[in-house]
Design a protein around this ligand. Structure first.
Ligand code: URA
Length: 233
């Protein structure tokens, strides 16, 4: 088994991320820092990540978390901020699939299934992502139409999106937006592009999965049907 597969199968992170942590010098094989990305793990090898021995998990687990504000979408944070994996009550190590910003709330999948994570994060298989947004000021229908056709967010023009204006007061607008891509900070950058910075952001849906009534900070296991759905799409 290639080292990146071994790391993913151990529930540390996805295969792609595994290549990054190898390049960062965080992986040791039999005590020595590994500097070969394509290394094939041999029978009897002792593999460590950040000094902790890892071994492939057999049991796969899948959680849906309602991420609170003030949590980093990661398994560890250099600055010591809270991380989303602390909110999963399982002895099995899991990692987040994709990213929500520190101050974004809502639907996040956590798993130890590196293959599924890879599939979900691959740009060709992007799931629709639905967000509830509070944006500064009053977003007009015209501006919503501009957003839905695509805007330049700095070197990238977004694809078609569905935008619904729900309500507004004098200071802000509540809208729902569904995007089909997953660029870094995409929703915030889209609303910045039309002059209405995001004040609050919550992901409410991913494909046909929804956050439902799950309270902030709570997580639940995905049902077998939901897992099948994610694997199949
Ligand atoms: N878009 C953003 O701008 N931030 C997120 O956290 C998710 C999508």
């Amino acid at each position: 088994m290639r080292i990146n597969q071994y790391i993913a199968a151990s529930g540390v992170c996805s295969r792609r991320k595994a290549d990054e942590i190898i390049e960062e010098g965080r992986v040791r094989v039999n005590g020595s820092v590994l500097d070969v990305l394509g290394y094939h793990v041999q029978e009897g090898d002792v593999i460590e990540v950040d000094g902790v021995r890892i071994e492939p998990e057999t049991k796969k687990v899948y959680y849906l978390l309602n991420k609170p504000m003030g949590y980093v979408t990661s398994t560890a944070d250099k600055e010591g901020r809270p991380v989303v994996t602390e909110l999963v009550p399982d002895d099995v190590r899991v990692f987040p699939v994709g990213r929500l910003d520190f101050n974004t709330t809502g639907l996040l999948i956590l798993t130890n299934d590196g293959d599924l994570a890879n599939k979900l994060m691959h740009p060709s298989g992007e799931f629709d992502k639905k967000y509830l947004v509070r944006a500064a000021g009053i977003v007009t229908r015209k501006e919503a139409e501009i957003l839905s056709k695509g805007v330049d967010i700095g070197g990238f023009v977004t694809g078609p999106a569905e935008v619904y204006l729900i309500k507004h007061d004098r200071n802000s607008t509540i809208a729902e937006i569904t995007i089909h891509e997953g660029k870094n900070r995409q929703v915030r950058r889209m609303f910045e592009a039309i002059g209405h910075p995001v004040q609050e952001l919550c992901r409410t849906g991913l494909g046909n999965l929804t956050i439902g009534k799950l309270a902030i900070g709570q997580c639940r296991k995905l049902s077998p049907a939901e897992v099948e759905y994610l694997k199949r799409v």
